[in-house]
Design a protein around this ligand. Structure first.
Ligand code: GLA
Length: 756
């Protein structure tokens, strides 16, 4: 890892493992993108900016400065001075003029990585491997008096490059920032695909791949949250790139609010990728001497397809983004009462569930929505964080004590950012809800959003949440956020600053979560937003796990978890076994399959355990044992995607291999049974080719169980591979034969350990 300044060539070279990112200074002032990709280690690469061909640089051809601006590969593009492609920065002066041209002024190369004030960001970790280095490029617009610092950091143990930008008003007048994206990256590429993640409530983060066509293509959110619908991620990849081969360039935004992720194929066949805060509804007034820092963008290049990209993201997030003390710890297996009872519970019901759960090895009861105020339906009482004594007459500390007496932990749900119109809080402080004077605020899920740009509102929320947490030994919080924003008006911000509210709101959320992290360091925090509407790297900085989706149907989860695991380590994915028929899609899937699919995440249950059959309860016990056995591997290992149900419409398969390559777990789900077919050959990945692996006995059992689904008089044929020990090369290049199973939605897990 290193950052070098090659003075004679006017180049900055950032090396990170097997990759290299090169920035050039053209004409002494223009900061251009030279190269990003596999290490080339040649200081003569500056010609890649094409400044030796027409229209040349402005000092050689001032008459065509406009053409230069419109094709130069800018590191940070600005609006209004000739670059007509999508820009990163648009500034309005106090006199109302728009235009900005940045000139390089100087630089610093720093050991480590500066924190971003009030924002989540990757950080330098301990040890030699965790070290970071940062390049700061100082640029200036001389007319506006605007200083712009472009920041790039690299880490010793990751090939990722992370970028952020700081703007400082060093002029005499206020500046109006109409658009501040964090990063753009220009490259050649006419035959490329665009990969994004998209969906909706209950079907979040499905993979969406399409050819990048001429023009601008983007995904975005202006909902006040990163959202169910779009994800702050995009990748540009070779058309022939796949899981294990081809070039992939990816960007991921460490932010939880409005964003844009955009790619533009321009007239000369160049591609520009951009990412940052959505300019829609945004305007930031930068007073004299003030500074504004835009959230961080993580850039990843992979020369071996999506699989390598995924593992780079996983390692980076585990090593440099998640701070929770639970990062490398086993998470308790929880049971959440939401789908078991919805609002219809009292402490007697909760204790019944807890008792049964404890007997089967479940380790925590999570009390979901409905325990406070007068809340008996999804309307009312948000903001009144006092226990409902009709449901819990003995009050919370006694209930927690009773649960703990059963030998399990207690967790609780909050939705701290909201207020119900029917609440004491709203009656007392109607102006604390975001609203536009004279306009009836739009209700959604019968609630309003609190104006977290106001310190007294943030303080109230903090006080309510922390009081409850201090009142009893609560081990876990599910922090929910169940609506998108409308009526984005902040009555204390003043006329000029309304465009700051979306971002100030998110800064308020971050402040609250930072306090939670600092003052309750042992608390396990799981973020959530109507399922997975705020599953983003920003939230990951505060909570080691995030609720993936309200949809726990094992089949729908295959697509959701495939898209989520594309970027996030499995230990971050909240996944539970829920009841059947599934409450959202009505599908009936085997209990084992639901367990196998949830085992790819944090694992838990969300069903009424008291109503399960004895067989199912026994299966819980088995799954609990499996979880204890496999969780360290799932949490810490390397993830490989073997087959995608979303692509082939028949089966799904993924694998986790330990870093030492001494253990591997393969999960195979046969979504639809096919008649009259032979066994399916799947090719394992990431094993040591020379090593010998034993297929563990207990998983043979598991296969037999699947076979028992065949008609009893049918002869069972085991896979045609003899013996139980296989060479890594055989499993990877020869393949593993997965027998056909009878029935839809059935699954099997294979656990291999290295024996030689
Ligand atoms: C959201 C969450 C659910 C549940 C409900 C409670 O939808 O995603 O898991 O907590 O709120 O209202």
């Amino acid at each position: 890892m290193g950052i070098e300044y090659l003075k004679n060539e006017g180049l900055f070279r950032l090396t990170a493992q097997d990759t290299e990112y090169v920035i050039g200074i053209a004409d002494g002032v223009y900061v251009g993108h030279v190269y990003y990709g596999r290490k080339i280690d040649d200081s003569r690469c500056g010609y890649l900016m094409r400044t030796d061909e027409k229209p040349f640089v402005p000092s050689n051809n001032i008459k065509d400065k406009g053409s230069f601006a419109d094709c130069f590969p800018w590191e940070y593009s600005t609006w209004g001075v000739g670059d007509y492609r999508e820009s990163c920065l648009r500034v309005r002066s106090a006199d109302g003029y728009r235009g900005c041209e940045l000139h390089y002024e100087g630089h610093r190369i720093l050991d480590g990585k500066p924190r971003l004030p009030g924002l989540p960001a990757t950080f330098e970790a301990g040890g030699k491997e965790g070290k970071a280095a940062t390049l700061e490029l100082d640029c200036r617009d001389h007319v506006l008096g605007l200083k712009v610092i472009l920041r790039y950091s690299v880490f010793a143990d990751s090939p990722a490059v992370v970028r952020s930008v700081e703007l400082i008003n060093e002029g005499q007048q206020p500046l109006y920032l109409e658009k501040v994206l964090t990063a753009c990256m220009d490259m050649d590429g006419e035959d490329v695909d665009l990969l994004t993640l998209g969906g909706s409530w209950a079907r979040e983060r499905h993979m969406v791949r399409r050819p990048l066509c001429f023009g601008k293509q983007m995904v975005s959110s202006c909902r006040g949250e990163s959202g169910h619908q779009d994800h702050p991620f995009l990748a540009v990849m070779g058309r022939d790139a796949g899981q294990d081969r081809g070039d992939v360039y990816a960007m991921h935004f460490v932010y939880s609010g409005n964003f844009v992720a955009e790619a533009e194929l321009s007239q000369f066949g160049s591609v520009r990728m951009l990412m940052g805060i959505n300019p829609e509804g945004f305007e930031w007034v930068l007073g004299q001497g003030e500074s504004f820092t835009a959230p961080e963008v993580v850039c990843v290049y992979s020369d071996q397809g999506l699989g390598k990209m995924t593992r780079i993201f996983h390692d980076l997030y585990r090593g440099h983004l998640i701070r929770s003390s639970y990062l490398h710890k086993k998470r308790p297996i929880l049971i959440n009462n939401w789908e078991a009872t919805y609002f219809d519970f009292d402490s007697r019901r909760l204790l019944e569930i807890a008792r049964e759960a404890a007997e089967r090895g479940i380790e925590m009861l999570v009390l979901d929505d409905g325990w406070f105020g007068q809340r008996n339906e999804p309307a009312g009482s948000l903001g009144d964080w006092k226990v409902n004594e009709k449901k819990i007459p003995e009050k919370l500390p006694c209930l927690v004590e009773e649960v703990k007496k059963l030998g399990i932990e207690f967790g609780i749900w909050f939705e701290p950012e909201m207020v119900s119109p029917d609440s004491d809080l709203y009656r007392e402080h109607p102006d604390w809800a975001m609203h536009i004077p004279g306009r009836e605020p739009v209700q959604s899920r019968a609630q309003y959003v609190l104006d977290l740009s106001r310190q007294e509102v943030v303080d109230y929320v903090w006080q309510s949440v922390s009081e409850i947490l201090k009142s009893a030994p609560i081990s876990y919080v599910k922090w929910d956020m169940n609506r998108q924003m409308t009526d984005v008006g902040g009555c204390c911000l003043g006329r000029e600053h309304q465009g700051e509210l979306f971002h100030r709101y998110i800064l308020g959320v971050y402040e609250l979560q930072e306090r939670l992290h600092r003052e309750f360091p042992d608390l396990l925090l799981e973020n959530c937003a109507s399922g997975g509407a705020r599953f983003d790297p920003g939230m990951l900085y505060y909570s080691p796990q995030i609720w993936c989706s309200d949809d726990m149907d094992a089949v729908e989860r295959l697509a959701i978890q495939e898209g989520t695991a594309l970027l996030y380590p499995l230990g971050a994915m909240g996944a539970h076994v829920s009841a059947c028929p599934n409450h959202i899609v009505g599908r009936i899937t085997p209990f084992e399959t639901r367990g196998h699919v949830a085992m790819a995440g944090t694992f838990g249950y969300e069903l009424d355990i008291t109503r399960l059959s004895e067989d199912e309860k026994n299966m819980i016990q088995e799954q609990v044992e499996m979880y204890h056995r496999f969780q360290p591997l799932v949490r810490e290992g390397d993830y490989y995607r073997i087959a995608s149900w979303s692509e082939n419409h028949r089966y799904d398969c993924w694998q986790v291999v330990s870093k030492e390559k001494d253990e591997a777990l393969v999960t195979y789900v046969q979504v639809l049974a096919e008649p009259n077919q032979r066994s399916r050959k799947i090719y394992l990945k990431g094993l040591a080719p020379e090593a010998e692996y034993r297929l563990e006995e207990e998983d043979e059992e598991c296969r037999k169980e699947e076979f028992s689904m065949l008609d009893s008089d049918e002869k069972v044929t085991l896979p045609s591979m003899d013996g139980k020990i296989y060479k890594g090369a055989l499993l990877m290049y020869g393949g593993l034969l997965v027998p056909r199973m009878k029935g839809d939605f059935v699954s099997v897990m294979y656990h291999f350990t290295r024996v030689g």
